[in-house]
Design a protein around this ligand. Structure first.
Ligand code: PLP
Length: 235
């Protein structure tokens, strides 16, 4: 596993995808999806020039973040349970996985207690997969104005996970739909939303062509993910 050379190759692929779409490569943030990766792997990625890390579980992040250099910036990209909101507010600079009004209200409450404002993305289950979290598109649009009233949360955009397919092109309609949904949100809010978090190792080039501003890369950057320790569960 050579994170620095993986990163070099990924930046080239991002630049090429941007060129195809007539976009500036600086408009796409490469987030390292660091679940199951050690603090040592995070340090290597930091030294290679990355600063933005995405974690999927609060429990894991709580152990991993303290020993990592403080210049790392951490965002929550996995499903968040209400009883983990307090820790999440302390650990993360953005929560990408807001998927219900109840969760948003609890996040708002914990942010208020901590005297913080939290940038959030609304996670949308565009393809309607039963195995995935995230808002159904219509439910997200229904709750948007209520979500926007929560004073401690700032809605910065939308996030999605496309269904896995060995054919990345299959993800294109999902990414395109998320971009359209962002437009519908902007109309409802009367304000622009800067972020579209979409694209992972297998499909990030398609996501960039469809407007991704943040791609979340795990295996393409770190190599195959280490298995979790005994007793941990994928959540
Ligand atoms: C694990 C994960 C990723 C990264 O997946 P890879 O296919 O390894 O790049 C991206 N986003 C989320 C939400 C994840 O949980």
């Amino acid at each position: 596993m050579d994170i620095a050379s993986n990163l070099f190759a990924l930046r080239e692929r991002i630049a090429t995808a941007c060129a195809r779409a007539g976009r500036d490569p600086a408009s796409v943030t490469l987030m390292a999806a660091s679940k199951n990766q050690s603090p040592e792997a995070v340090r290597t990625a930091l030294n290679a020039g990355l600063t933005c890390f995405g974690e999927s579980r609060v429990q894991e992040a709580k152990l991993k973040i303290p020993p990592c250099p403080s210049r790392a910036r951490w965002q929550m990209i996995g499903h968040l349970q209400s009883n983990k909101c307090r820790d999440a507010v302390a650990l993360f600079s953005m929560i990408q996985s807001v998927d219900s009004l109840a969760l948003a209200q609890e996040l708002n409450r914990q942010c208020d207690k901590a005297a913080k404002t939290m940038p959030v993305l609304l996670e949308v289950n565009v393809a309607g997969e039963a195995s995935k979290f995230g808002y159904a598109p219509a439910a997200m649009l229904d709750e948007l104005l209520e979500l926007n009233k929560l004073p401690r949360l700032e809605i910065h955009g939308l996030m999605t996970i496309a269904p896995y397919s060995p054919t990345p092109e299959r993800a294109r309609p999902v990414f395109r739909r998320l971009r359209e949904l962002k437009g519908e949100c902007e109309e409802l809010l009367g304000a622009p939303l800067p972020q579209l978090s979409m694209g992972m190792s297998g499909d990030f080039e398609i996501a960039i062509e469809e407007g991704a501003t943040l791609v979340r890369l795990g295996t393409a950057l770190f190599g195959e993910r280490p298995r979790m320790a005994e007793g941990e569960t994928e959540a």
